[in-house]
Design a protein around this ligand. Structure first.
Ligand code: DAH
Length: 335
């Protein structure tokens, strides 16, 4: 019986010691040290189990029960402590990483398209719905595409109308989008139905209606049997889509080397007093068709050139072309 009394006391002391050690173990390393020291294979609890061999046989089962209780209690206490530490660590982490939803956010301003791009896309979409493809060409052109192929020979006074910036003796910044007509027709057999938006350059002094850099949209339709009446119809559809109902349109004679006949197109807003020129247009000159290898006896076509700035100015009531390039956010943000 003395054996059991001694064992009970040992267990009580050990329990007290372990409780203090567990309470002091405040991190995973200390916990692991505890586990090795008390619950490990060579730990203090295992050592006690080894003494069972020397216990008197009548005390053995009671001693075994006491030791099993000790092991269970210690294991549970250890697991509780480990769980508690983990929960506390999680709590602390959550607190540290928590987001205050009431703080103001960081705003990232999202830009938007420039009014010229908006107008260009709107015009493209109107003509795309009528079956036109969008084509583009180079901004640096050769004299051939910019002049000769468009029926403007070297000594022709009309060259002065498209005076521009030369890069070399024979290459230049295009003053209009008409050369794109030539590129497309050279590489495509008729029928051709395209619009060509793009940037153009001229040696113009800057004022409210002139800019050395500006944008045009060219249109070209070549097929069998087209006449000026088709041009007029397409323009009426376009004017109604772009400006709305009630606009009047007027054709008057003009001259372009690459069209015959050539016309100027004016529009008048409902109730307005003045006619405004919106584009030059005409039936493609047979010489241009011949230059690209088309047969002018078989196909005819019409074309026009439209200033994008002008279309934006008319639509939004902008009175100075320089505002488009001035980068003034008070202007840009209105679109
Ligand atoms: N390229 C001419 C210009 O910039 C505009 C123009 C007129 C284009 C008549 C055409 C056209 O396609 O048929 O002044």
């Amino acid at each position: 019986m003395g054996n059991l009394t001694a064992l009970t006391k040992t267990i009580r002391d050990l329990n007290g010691e372990m409780d203090r050690a567990l309470a002091a173990a405040g991190d995973p390393a200390a916990l692991e040290a505890f586990r090795v020291e008390y619950l490990g294979r060579k730990g203090r609890v295992s050592e006690l189990f080894k003494t069972l061999g020397g216990t008197a046989s009548e005390d053995k089962s009671e001693a075994g029960r006491l030791l099993n209780d000790l092991r269970d209690r210690t294991t549970r206490a250890f697991e509780d402590r480990a769980g508690g530490l983990q929960a506390a660590a999680l709590e602390e982490k959550l607190l540290r990483e928590s987001v205050d939803m009431t703080l103001p956010g960081i705003s990232r301003p999202v830009g938007h398209l420039h009014p010229l791009t908006l107008v260009q896309r709107e015009i493209e979409s109107i003509f795309q719905r009528m079956g036109f493809d969008v084509a583009t060409g180079p901004e640096i052109e050769t004299e051939y595409y910019n002049f000769e192929a468009l029926n403007i020979p070297a000594d022709h006074p009309a060259r002065a109308d498209w005076d521009t910036f030369y890069i070399t003796d024979t290459t230049l910044l295009r003053p209009h989008t008409s050369p794109v007509q030539v590129h497309v027709m050279e590489s495509t057999p008729p029928p051709v139905r395209i619009i060509c938006p793009g940037r153009c350059y001229r040696r113009d002094a800057q004022d409210a209606t002139h800019s050395p850099v500006f944008h045009q949209i060219e249109l070209l339709w070549v097929e069998e049997g087209l006449s000026l009446a088709n041009l007029k119809h397409v323009l009426e559809l376009f004017t109604r889509e772009y400006f709305g109902e009630g606009y009047e349109m007027r054709f008057s004679g003009d001259f372009f080397p690459f069209t015959e006949p050539s016309v100027q197109v004016h529009i008048k807003a409902p109730g307005a007093a003045r006619w405004l020129e919106i584009m030059g247009a005409g039936m493609v000159d047979p010489a241009v068709l011949t230059n690209v290898g088309y047969d002018p006896e078989r196909v005819t076509g019409f074309a026009f050139g439209l200033g994008i700035e002008r279309m934006a100015m008319l639509k939004y009531g902008i009175d100075d072309i320089r505002t488009f390039l001035a980068n003034d956010l008070r202007f840009i943000r209105q679109f």
